[in-house]
Design a protein around this ligand. Sequence first.
Ligand code: ZN
Length: 271
Amino acid sequence: MSAHQESSVVVPGTKRSLADVLEPLDRLAAKSASLIAKHDAKFERNGQPYVLPRYFFVGPKGGGDPIRVGIFAAIHGDEPAGAYALADFLSVLDANPELATGYCLFTYPVCNPTGFEDNTRHARSGHDLNREFWNNSKEPEVRLLQTELFSHAFDGVISLHSDPHSDGVYGFANGNTLTKNLVEPALRAAEEILPRNQKGVIDGFTARNGIIRASYQGMLSAPPKLRPRPFEILLETPNAANSFLQQKAFVAALLSILAEYRKFIAYAPNL
Ligand SMILES: [Zn+2]
């Protein structure tokens, strides 16, 4: 490491602090009328206590039932931009709650706390948590997240990732049929900040305009039997890009999804 390297840059194998992300959010929640911090989803790793941090944002009342959206970041511990982006996103909403009108947002900025601390993709168990869902996983983080996905029966599920092999932003569009209509504007919003990956094959999948209509077995998703299916979007920023720009791109994409989905609901209440 050169003497000029910024102190915020974490190299593999070194520790990152959960408090970097969570303390500002906790301070915000303490004075916010809309943001609630919930730190009671506990688990243990090698005898050490951990919490799956949860932050719920209740937007101003909209026309119908609140739209429940789950937003999940840093399930791969070496992809921190999503975690910081979620913190930025929540502070933008706290300052401009009308952007979340009609929504109840359930956000999970650090889904893999031990991997986040260690700056590793995998949890400290050595497992890739994003290949463990709905398959009787013994990973405590996965079990806690499955409980969230099951009990809240989200209308939408959004995952934030960063790809070290991509030089642009892209997304996976799964879930219900309108999902692809949400991903395109989300990528367009992100593209204002970082380029879109326009390759025909991304991460081994066929892609079109930066959109992949496929998924990995066991990735974080709504419960397999949940009907109606929610929209399910996974956004990827280029991990090598400036982290501030990755965060901005995520925030722009998330705001786009809130605005676009609200429009769909208004047009088709029984979708
Ligand atoms: Zn990832």
